[in-house]
Ligand binder design. Structure first.
Ligand code: NAD
Ligand code: DAU
Length: 335
């Protein structure tokens, strides 16, 4: 099996490549990534010499390059490449539309042209919008995205669906909740808070800190994608979630307590505009149809992740000393 993984130098993509190469000795993986601010080939340093792995530096919106790569023969596309950070989408929506919508369309066209056997689209629970205090997102929940990021992901989901219906492209769409774990870029809540706490810097909590996310360890997400890839039904959407609902303030306090740091590092800052209040996933379909269940409890996974960041200071210091610094020093980009 030859897989084309897009966005493999990012957080989930790099974890997925490592997971698949470790599990399937004969699979070949081509990683295509534009190396935006979020793409970091150091995430794959331990496997870059693996003979079953290769890297192509290219932008998914570049149709000529995508067709050239697919010409070399690809069975399955696993599509992670995206602009992924909600706050950045509020500051600059256009790159989100370019990559997440137009880039997906370029890949879909190329997939049809080169008769790819399967197009796996990695999407997000954010396409469903926001929940009140009760209820769960199901695969049938209407799409109701609230940020430019989630609107661009919803648009790409609909394009993938349309290419299945219109052109018969074999597809799966997965919609996952908030991932955490090793190699997550330190702009996202958990790594940002861990690193700031280690460095005794303020921990910026948006609004009242009562927004709820459903946390899933990235390895559990990779296992779910592996199952969908091999056993998923053609044309189907699968929700993936950890049943680990926590308020942001709970997560932040758990991190401070694990690192023996005082709560007064917490700084409440101006809320994110359009901030979704609560996400919660009903993962019954993937559990019952494909036998998936998460291995990590949030308590164990969070401790492991904190240890990882403590032991990989070099990794995040190199990120912090680069372009990221200008972004992160703003306590809340909306003030
Ligand atoms: P990330 O930001 O860490 O990585 C994105 C990767 O895509 C980077 O390596 C970047 O260089 C690459 N990329 C961006 N634009 C590109 C382009 N035009 N051409 C080629 N490569 C490009 O993102 P992530 O957190 O690993 O998320 C991966 C995917 O999973 C995204 O599609 C995201 O929507 C989805 N997702 C993420 C989460 C989460 O919690 N992080 C949850 C559900 C779904
Ligand atoms: O639900 C899946 C989504 O999870 C993915 O599709 C996105 O790609 C991913 O970025 C993530 O989106 P969120 O907006 O939920 O993640 P983020 O880490 O940015 O924020 C998590 C929560 O923490 C959210 O309620 C906003 C809040 N937050 C975030 C940051 C960065 C803060 O309070 N302070 C912060 O500094």
């Amino acid at each position: 099996m030859r897989l084309l993984v897009t966005g493999g130098a990012g957080f989930i993509g790099s974890n997925f490549i490592r997971y698949m190469l470790n599990k399937y000795a004969t699979y070949q993986i081509v990683n295509v990534d534009a190396l935006t601010y979020a793409g970091n080939l150091e995430n794959l340093r331990d496997i870059e010499m693996n003979p079953n792995y290769s890297f192509v530096h290219a932008d998914i919106t570049d149709a000529v390059k995508m067709n050239r790569i697919l010409q070399s023969g690809v069975d399955v596309i696993v599509h992670f490449a995206a602009e992924s950070h909600v706050d950045r989408s509020i500051l600059n929506p256009s790159t989100f539309l370019q990559t997440n919508v137009m880039g997906t369309q370029v890949l879909l066209d190329a997939a049809i042209k080169h008769k790819v056997r399967k197009f796996m689209h990695v999407s997000t629970d954010e396409v469903y919008g926001s929940l009140g205090p009760t209820g769960f997102f199901q695969e049938t929940t209407p799409l109701s995205p609230n940020s430019p990021y989630s609107a661009s992901k919803a648009s790409s989901d609909l394009l993938v669906r349309a290419y299945h219906e219109t052109f018969g492209l074999p597809i799966h769409i997965t919609r996952c909740s908030n991932n955490y774990g090793p190699y997550q870029f330190p702009e996202k809540l958990i790594p940002l808070m861990i690193i700031n706490a280690i460095e005794d810097k303020p921990l910026p909590v948006y609004g009242d800190g009562q927004n709820v996310r459903d946390w899933l360890h990235v390895e559990d997400h990779c296992a779910a994608l592996d199952l969908v890839l091999h056993n998923g039904r053609d044309g189907e959407v699968y929700n993936v979630g950890g049943n680990n609902e926590r308020t942001n303030i709970d997560i932040v306090k758990s991190i401070l307590s694990a690192l023996n740091k005082p709560d007064d590092l917490i700084q409440f800052v101006t809320d994110r505009p359009g901030h979704d209040r609560r996400y919660a996933i009903d993962a019954t379909k993937i559990r019952t149809e494909l036998g998936w269940s998460p291995k990590y409890s949030l308590d164990v996974g969070l401790q492991q992740t904190i240890q990882w960041y403590l032991h990989h200071k070099d990794w995040w210091e190199r990120i912090r000393s680069g372009a990221y610094r200008d972004y992160v020093k703003i306590k809340s980009p909306f003030q």
